[in-house]
Design a protein around this ligand. Structure first.
Ligand code: PLP
Length: 466
């Protein structure tokens, strides 16, 4: 079995290549759009993440409606111009030559060059990356594919998305699996929650359900409060020592954070291509560690631990895990190529540089909100270890009042052009009512002015509603 961080020489070379060259053609970006700072940043000068010229040029790559400021990447992102152009051209090629697609995507299964070019950017081997349809597809493929039995326990949290809830419901009803929704700590503005609390929560539950826990699944970043869970620590300190496989919902981390799946140590990681990674709709990335060999080892008492439930090749084990999971019949190859192109662009800029930039914009957002609304409820921790580029907050005193918040969100959009969304959640699992929050996503096509303008506009609307 492959050890964590033990990338093959080819993958390491590729990762180094990405850090030291531009390879702009791969992303379809003309050199004139990308200043020398990008090359510098790709060489590891992370201070360039604050370079105005770099981010101005990146902003020019996006076709977002200038009359609005789109801050709901958590729902879906927006394709960069160059990616969109190649996507449109590839769609035309497929329409003109449906049979061989003018050889644009290589030979069957048409995605090999794509996975080869993006895997290292995620700290993975090419054969560990499946180009899926979205997060939901990845989560369902694994959860519905695992060979559970009655009495098995799955640990998860009380802040998961329906992409997890729905297949968890199916396995509960189908096999009699017991799903334990652990109550994770929710920050209410005092930054008092800690990484250790999350680790302890999972560790205690593993102890409590001793020998029965067959899977740990959780969101790397929750969509409700934008809290980033200590994924690496949960995997390495709790799951691995207890030989429990992990499935991480990475809907919000792919394209936002500089991820290294081997370093995290998870078995499965399901994420979106269309959100923070800014690929087209219905694209996603599914990581399966080392052809799921570790799962076979952890679940050695079960015959065939993982079934390929939505594959055309479920019967053809000689083809290997990646191909079996990848091949679901005819596919949307232009979309997968566009996701690849977007990943290549992120790799060129530097995923570390992007992470630093979007987290710093988000920190600014949190701090400006705190200053402008001293009595507001900020549900997103402003602590580096637990913070993401999502900010979730409620400026009103009654956090259970959904109608006022909806009116606020809609007025913000109609009167100022800022597009954000609302979320709801239970702070404590047994709360009788939901808390409601506004959710802001800050990304690489935003700048400080966007953040400051948002906070000012929010204050205006708030004052007019008071
Ligand atoms: C945490 C989380 N998981 C899964 C999903 C579903 O994502 P997708 O549309 O990529 O299936 C979302 C969507 O917002 C999400 O927030």
């Amino acid at each position: 079995m492959m050890e964590k961080n033990n990338l093959s020489p080819e993958s390491t070379a590729r990762r180094n290549f990405l850090k030291t060259t531009t390879g702009l053609a791969a992303a379809g970006i003309t050199a004139s759009l990308i200043p020398s700072q990008v090359m510098a940043s790709s060489r590891g000068y992370s201070h360039h993440s604050s370079d105005k010229k770099l981010w101005k040029n990146v902003q020019k790559e996006f076709v977002l409606d200038k009359k609005t400021t789109y801050m709901n990447i958590g729902t879906t992102g927006s394709m960069p111009k160059s990616v969109l152009e190649t996507y449109q051209a590839n769609n035309l090629s497929v329409a003109q030559n449906p049979w061989d697609m003018q050889g644009k995507f290589g030979s069957w299964p048409y995605v090999s060059e794509m996975t080869n070019s993006i895997a290292a950017g995620f700290g993975a081997e090419p054969h560990e990356i499946i180009l899926s349809r979205n997060t939901t597809d990845g989560m369902c493929s694994i959860l519905n594919g695992l060979h559970f039995e009655e009495g098995d326990v799955i640990l998860t949290t009380h802040h998961e998305h329906v992409a997890a809830h729905s297949p968890l419901y199916v396995v509960t009803e189908r096999y009699g699996v017991e799903v334990i929704y652990l109550e994770i700590p929710v920050d209410t503005g005092d930054n008092s929650i800690t990484e250790q609390q999350f680790v302890d929560l999972f560790a205690q539950a593993v102890e409590e359900y001793s020998g029965r826990v067959r899977l740990i699944t959780f969101s790397h970043i929750t969509y409700k409060t934008g809290t980033k869970l200590p994924a690496k620590r949960i995997c390495q300190e709790v799951a691995i020592p207890n030989q429990i496989p992990t499935l991480i919902d990475g809907a919000h981390s792919i394209g936002m954070l500089n991820l290294d799946f081997h370093d995290i140590g998870c078995d499965f990681y399901a994420g979106a291509g269309h959100k923070w990674q800014c690929g087209p709709g219905a694209t996603g990335i599914l990581f399966v560690l080392d052809s799921a060999n570790r799962l076979d080892q952890y679940w050695a008492d079960r015959v065939n631990p993982l079934w390929f439930i939505n594959s055309s090749l479920g019967h053809a084990s000689y083809l290997g895990t990646q191909l079996q999971l990848q091949y679901i019949g005819n596919d949307n190859y232009p979309a997968k190529q566009a996701l690849t192109d977007s990943c290549n662009m992120w790799d060129e800029i530097g995923r570390d540089v992007i992470e630093t930039r979007v987290l710093s914009l988000s920190k600014r957002c949190k701090q400006k909100l705190k200053a402008a609304f001293p009595d507001a409820h900020l549900f997103s921790p402003d602590i580096d270890e637990l913070a993401s580029a999502i900010t979730s907050f409620n400026p009103f005193s009654d956090i259970n009042d959904a109608a006022t918040l909806t009116e606020f969100r809609d007025r913000l959009r109609e009167e100022t052009g800022y597009i954000i969304r609302t979320t709801d959640f239970k702070i404590q699992k047994d709360d009788s009512q939901d808390a409601h929050a506004l959710r802001i996503s800050t990304h690489l096509f935003h700048d400080e002015k966007d953040v400051d303008g948002l906070v000012e506009s929010m204050l205006d609307i708030f004052n007019s509603m008071a």
